[in-house]
Ligand binder design. Structure first.
Ligand code: ZN
Length: 494
């Protein structure tokens, strides 16, 4: 790889560090930052002076959906209802959907993403992983691939024989036995070993027990043991919704998160996503074990999961990352807007505080977007998330002219307050990952994003026309799952 030199009007070197003025960034041939030196702003062109450089963003929880759920007629709704609707999604090319998702994220300044894989076809998991691996290579975005372990509770949290009684008689046997089709842990572990051949510089496999309610207890324990043995990270959804909280409390009266600790799952190698319904003592336990929490604010709003207590979470000491979960607020994969939401929620007054409200400190939200989420994807030894000599050259360069069009002092603002208040993907000028230009002048370099998007939508429309979803079956499943939860069936101990 060739080295490069970037002249910039302003620099945000790291979370909690004061912004700096004009600098020259030198990127080495090893993909790391070679030097960061001040320069005379008078030497810069107008385009260079408009740039502010900062660490690239990390999206700590996502699913790689190039085709939006809304596009498939899956309306935003409470998670358990929404998941039934996901069967409306047509099967599409796994490479196109993955590469489009990565290109969109790159266009909003994301250099690294945690991709929790949802299979389109469980039988095709290896091929789908191969497609995501290729998409990571082609876009240059760093991808941690969460290899799904999904072997419990396919449709509801609880007894599927009981769920079957809410379905018409002709569907009851299939519903009651549907968990038998799920891939057992040992088979999945063997497949995981095969998939390790897909790893490359920007693509790594992680264990992804989809959630404690969607993996058997012995599977969770096996993954905890495998992670301790291999050092590979683990990523799981945790307590995203109220119904999951109710299920967990009923099934683990001795304490749900302490039980996860007992089986060895809680460690500095673990990331949990959502945590909307975590209690303070559980947050403290996660913090004590060095667990990272990825919060997904827009997703929680759209899927009516509730809001994570961001102020309490930021204060409890747990490692924190931000995730889009494929459900950005405006459905546009904009990580910069997610950063804005996180910063606003993290700096609101908290219950129990008195007197003047503290001045907002942007450092915790910036740390989550630059460092905390990155650790969930790449581990903690990577040295990224800062603009400093020796750090990986994962650099986001924003053009400040749109953001600060009405700034009345000379020059352009350097304070991150402007970035946090106004920046969107429209302001992304360039993105470097390991020094490689992934976005240049606002366009993704490695792939033709517009052509892929057009191809993907055309394919989805053709598939939809050829095999429309079974609306009647979906209506039945909605009615049955609603009745199951309304009757409290998820709160019965197995
Ligand atoms: Zn998710």
């Amino acid at each position: 790889m060739q080295g490069s030199i970037w002249r910039i009007g302003a620099l945000l070197p790291a979370a909690g560090v004061a912004p700096l003025g004009a600098h020259v960034l030198m990127i080495g041939t090893d993909g790391r930052i070679a030097a960061v030196t001040p320069c005379d702003p008078g030497e810069l062109t107008e385009d260079e002076a408009a740039l502010v450089a900062m660490p690239a963003l990390a999206n700590a929880h996502d699913h790689g959906r190039g085709l939006a759920t809304l596009a498939c007629g899956v309306q935003d709704a409470p998670l358990e209802h929404w998941m039934v609707d996901l069967s409306r999604q047509p099967r599409v090319d796994p490479y196109d959907t993955a590469v489009l998702a990565l290109a969109r994220l790159a266009g909003s300044g994301v250099a690294a993403v945690y991709h929790c894989h949802n299979t389109q076809s469980s039988a095709a998991l290896l091929d789908e992983a191969s497609a995501v691996s290729q998409a990571a290579r082609d876009t240059g975005v760093r991808v941690a691939f969460g290899w799904p372990f999904f072997d419990a509770n396919p449709l509801v949290y609880g007894d599927h024989a009981e769920l079957a009684s809410f379905f018409p008689p002709e569907r009851r046997t299939a519903i009651a036995t549907m968990d038998q089709a799920l891939r057992p842990c040992a088979t999945n572990m063997a497949l995981f070993e095969q998939a390790a051949a897909l790893e490359h510089e920007t693509f790594a496999l992680h264990y992804h027990p989809v959630a404690p309610q969607w993996a058997r207890p012995d599977t969770l324990a096996a993954i905890a043991a495998a992670s301790a043995r291999t050092g590979r990270r683990v990523h799981t959804h945790l307590l995203e919704t109220r119904l999951q909280r109710e299920w967990a409390d009923a099934c683990f009266p001795q304490g749900f998160v302490p039980w996860l600790d007992e089986i060895g799952l809680l460690s500095s190698r673990l990331t949990v996503a959502h945590g909307v319904w975590l209690r303070p003592d559980e947050l403290a336990l996660l913090a004590a074990r060095g667990v990272t929490l990825s919060v997904n604010i827009s997703s929680n709003l759209r899927l009516r999961s509730g809001l994570p207590a961001l102020g309490d979470i930021a204060a409890c000491g747990v490692g924190l990352g931000l995730g889009l979960d494929g459900m950005a607020l405006d459905d546009d994969a904009d990580m910069l807007r997610e950063l804005r939401l996180a910063n606003l929620l993290m700096t609101q007054p908290r219950a129990g505080e008195n007197g003047p409200v503290s001045l907002p400190d942007p450092a915790p939200a910036l740390h989550a977007a630059w460092v905390g989420g990155r650790a969930a994807i790449l581990g903690t030894a990577d040295g990224g998330g800062q603009i400093a000599p020796g750090a990986p050259a994962d650099v986001l360069l924003l053009d400040r002219r749109r953001i600060a069009w009405d700034w009345i002092d000379e020059g352009l603002p350097t304070d991150p307050a402007w970035l946090l208040a106004r920046a969107t993907r429209a302001d992304v000028a360039h993105l470097l990952v390991a020094g490689r230009p992934v976005v240049r002048h606002g366009r993704v370099v490695g792939v033709d994003e517009a052509a892929i998007a057009a191809r993907l939508v055309a394919q989805a429309r053709a598939t939809r026309a050829a095999s429309p979803p079974d609306a009647n079956a979906i209506t039945q499943a909605h009615a049955a799952t609603h009745a199951f939860y309304a009757s409290g069936c998820h709160c019965r101990q197995p």
